[in-house]
Ligand binder design. Structure first.
Ligand SMILES: Cc1ncc(COP(=O)(O)O)c(C=O)c1O
Length: 402
């Protein structure tokens, strides 16, 4: 109340902390939210696989709902014991590294939550976290949320978005805490070479920083499967690596919110505290789904990859028909392509807003993925062929064929 007794409305921003005010909504989510309000819009903006969660996972969950009296209860903060043990066996099968389910495995609500939890564990104010540029948009803001400083490491577009490890050495300082690596990469679709990843590993050991491996896409490597290399398979880097796996894409479980982290034991101890404060535990029902997912025959992985391979072919053919609008590098993995826009627009965001308003096509502005992303757009080909065709029919109607 004011001194004259009238109720006083809070001023705009009165309750908002500076840090929250300094954040911006991810360009991917912004476009997704805007396009949801445009009747008949077609979206290549958000990387949500078109498939439903495989039946064998859903059936196991339904059965558990009927038979398990604990299904509605909290799980332990680091996750269900049985699930952690299955994850430990999977990690050994994937990497050849034997790990301890209790010491090293932590179940998360997906890699987004896992990385945020981990950054809270490792980041003191002003610590530097190196991100590839472009990188996954949310990593940038997550580092800022944790009071870290983002250090951009530009990928080399002229060399098909490769890592430039010579340039990395110049970015390392005594404040460097970690580097986040995502291969196959979102947004470029690049699979980083084994040689370059091992060189990052050497630098991490020499300078004492963490390598955070964010892995939602390793099942989607198409004809480049031989090229894909998981740095978490390097035993001597174990203490420097946090490996995060997501069920969102390969198991079409983005809405279940599920992933896991494999961490050095001393970091897991810290991460449990942060995870507990943040959410107590990952939803038990999602963990039950994840357990079923890993215990099943997983034949859907080949089907998903084959479908994405066809869609990648399609989107590349459709891009090839618009050489006056887009210049692109064919993606090796994941399910994104990151073309340069050749039109005269003020910014990538302007281009995207105009495409949505005038043509009902949602694309993600490249600038959301870091400074090098300006003048680019990210398109996903995890949506159906019909949606890819509709989006490109509209682009052709707008710009005309070459
Ligand atoms: C590189 C990368 N990391 C993390 C995420 C988020 O994954 P999750 O659904 O497991 O939180 C995504 C989703 O698109 C992604 O592309």
């Amino acid at each position: 109340m004011t001194s004259n007794g009238t109720a006083q409305r809070p001023k705009a921003g009165r309750f908002v902390a500076d840090k929250a005010a300094s954040l911006w909504l991810s360009g991917i989510k912004e476009m997704a939210m805007l396009s949801a309000r445009v009747e008949g819009a077609v979206s290549l903006a958000w990387g949500i696989p078109s498939f439903p969660t495989p039946d064998y996972i859903k059936k196991a969950v339904v059965e558990q709902l009927h038979t398990d009296d604990d299904i509605g209860k909290y799980a332990l903060p680091d996750g269900l014991d049985e699930f952690r043990h299955v994850v430990a066996r999977k990690h050994e099968a994937d990497t050849g590294i034997a790990i301890d389910a209790n010491e090293h495995v932590m179940i998360t609500a997906g890699n987004m939550q896992g990385i945020y939890c981990l950054l809270q564990v490792i980041t003191n104010p002003g610590d530097e976290i190196i991100l590839t540029d472009p990188c996954f948009a949310s990593h940038i803001q997550q580092v800022r949320m944790c009071d870290g400083t983002v250090v951009y490491w530009a990928l080399d577009e002229a060399k098909a978005w490769s890592l430039d490890v010579d340039a990395l050495s110049d970015l390392i300082t005594d404040r460097t805490k970690a580097i986040i690596i995502n291969t196959p990469s979102n947004p470029t679709g690049k699979i980083f070479s084994r040689r370059n990843l091992l060189r990052i590993g050497e630098l991490a050991k020499r300078h004492g920083f963490m390598i955070i491996i964010d892995d939602p896409y390793s099942h989607f490597t198409y004809e480049y499967s031989e090229k894909y290399f998981n740095l978490a398979a390097e035993a001597e880097l174990f203490e420097n690596i946090a490996y995060l796996y997501s069920f969102s894409k390969a198991y079409a479980m983005s809405g279940w919110r599920l992933g896991y982290m494999v961490l050095p034991a001393h970091l897991k101890k810290q991460a449990i505290k942060v995870h507990d404060l943040n959410m107590i535990c990952t939803s038990r029902i999602a963990q039950v789904a994840g357990l079923a997912a890993l215990l099943g025959d997983r034949h859907h992985l080949t089907e998903f990859e084959a479908a994405f391979a066809k869609r990648r072919q399609l989107i590349c053919e459709r891009l090839d028909a618009l050489p006056h609008i887009f210049a692109y590098v064919k993606p090796e993995g994941a399910y994104y392509v990151f073309p340069r826009i050749l039109t005269k627009h003020q910014s990538a965001r302007d281009f995207c807003l105009e495409m949505l308003k005038n043509n009902k096509i949602a694309l993600a502005p490249g600038s959301a993925f870091g400074p090098s992303g300006e003048s680019h757009v990210r398109m996903t080909f995890c949506v159906s062929e019909a949606e890819i065709n509709l989006a490109f029919d509209r682009l052709e109607a707008c710009f005309g064929k070459a």
